[in-house]
Design a protein around this ligand. Structure first.
Ligand code: PSV
Ligand code: MN
Length: 393
């Protein structure tokens, strides 16, 4: 053990070595706001190229071994071949994200739409996503519904919950033995009055009704301002219902900025509750995914930075002296307990993580290694012609 590891137990170091952060395929494609999408040279033109970029992030960081797909943004003829392509590049296909929010039919909702035909269409898409999972060997199906209403009285709130529950039941019944539903919630947008799965409580209640293999996905950008996200994390972990994170950060709404950029202290507090609740154990079942857009910064570098931000927050969380904290808490030592957490948060873990990377044969500075690698220059030269990937089906 090198000196820079001081403070972290052998177990904690092991946890950091085998950390697994999942990348979103869509982070490598073009994205933007409703005002403008700025293209970037070298952006992938298809899912195969997105996977190549994700593999590059893993090659440099060593902790991003899977990439999540979004259907139909990542539609291909042969998903088995796409998974094999990922394997050839040293990574795997992770969560399959469904998309029932980009079709004219879904104007008034997908699985909660008042029209049975539209509900059927949406459910059929979700079932088709499970077929994709069978082909890629994915464990998780992520469900996010943009469903909701814009005006009071527009539709029956209670009936929409019934329709949602019915759709979820049908999809749950189609899952393979080792597959799970990750039910994601979001306070608002695109619905501005009432969203059908607006918060963790609604997601949790539906997951409880469904059964063991339905768990909640916490997207860190999907809460009201000032929500205590770490409390939600602690609660869901205790209940065995924390399935996944969609990490990103926000200043205002669902900004999808790099995780740990807006509020690194919040990310630390979240990771502390994850560690405290056993969410970093080998058999944890908690998936740590990024769900971000790199609208103005370079995408591959943005993903590398994000992965490192999660690593740093995790290392700090693991540095918390559990015994000292417990003693201070039991003694009612308010300032002492707070100081134990702050000592960990204020530790510069970057040299220690650089040392860990070196031990694993990686460059201690993945950002610099990426800049030196010539990867971006190569793909900029190669990816001429065709249409750059974006949020279109
Ligand atoms: C919705 O805002 C969301 O967070 C869901 O996870 C979607 O699938 C994803 O964004 C698309 O970026
Ligand atoms: Mn999300």
């Amino acid at each position: 053990m090198v000196a820079s590891h001081a403070g972290l137990s052998a177990d904690a170091l092991d946890t950091l070595r085998r950390q697994h952060i999942e990348l979103p395929s869509w982070a490598f494609g073009n994205s933007g706001t409703r005002f403008k999408v700025f293209g970037q040279p070298g952006v992938p033109r298809d899912p195969w190229e997105k996977i190549a970029d994700a593999a590059e992030v893993h090659r440099l960081t060593g902790v991003a071994p899977t990439v999540a797909l979004h259907i139909p943004w990542d539609r291909v003829d042969d998903y088995g071949a796409l998974a094999a392509h990922a394997r050839d590049l040293g990574i795997g296909v992770g969560t399959i994200n469904s998309n029932v929010f980009q079709d004219d039919d879904y104007k008034l909702g997908s699985v909660t739409n008042p029209e049975p035909r539209v509900r059927r269409k949406a459910i059929d898409h979700l079932l088709a996503c499970v077929d994709v999972m069978d082909a890629t060997g994915s464990r998780d199906l992520k469900l996010w519904f943009s469903d909701g209403t814009n005006y009071p009285g527009q539709d029956d709130l209670r009936a929409r919950q019934d329709r949602l529950a019915e759709a979820l039941r049908e999809v749950y019944a189609r899952l393979g033995e080792h597959q799970r539903i990750l039910l994601e919630y979001k306070l608002f947008e695109p619905a501005f009055y009432a969203t059908d799965v607006p918060d963790w409580g609604t997601a949790y209640a539906h997951c409880l009704e469904l059964g063991e293999r339905a768990v909640v996905c916490v997207d860190t950008g999907h809460h009201a301002a000032h929500t205590n996200i770490e409390f939600i994390v602690a609660f869901l972990l205790r209940a065995g219902k924390l399935g996944a994170f969609d990490f990103n950060s926000r200043f205002y709404a669902d900004d999808d900025l790099m995780v740990g950029a807006a509020d690194p202290f919040q990310l630390f507090r979240i990771m502390y509750e994850v560690a405290r609740g056993g969410g970093l154990a080998t058999d944890t079942g908690v998936a740590f995914m990024l769900d971000q857009c790199h609208n103005i910064e370079p995408k591959i570098a943005g993903q590398i930075r994000s992965v490192m931000n999660v690593q740093e927050a995790t290392a700090k969380a693991l540095l918390v002296d559990a015994e000292a904290l417990d003693a201070a808490q039991r003694a009612g030592d308010v300032l002492g307990a707070n100081a134990v957490l702050m000592d960990a948060y204020n530790t510069d873990v970057r040299p220690m993580l650089a040392g860990l990377r070196e031990e694993q044969g990686l460059d201690p500075d993945p950002m610099a290694a990426h800049a030196r690698s010539g990867y971006l220059e190569r793909v900029v030269a190669e990816r001429k012609g065709g249409t750059q990937a974006g949020w279109g089906a």
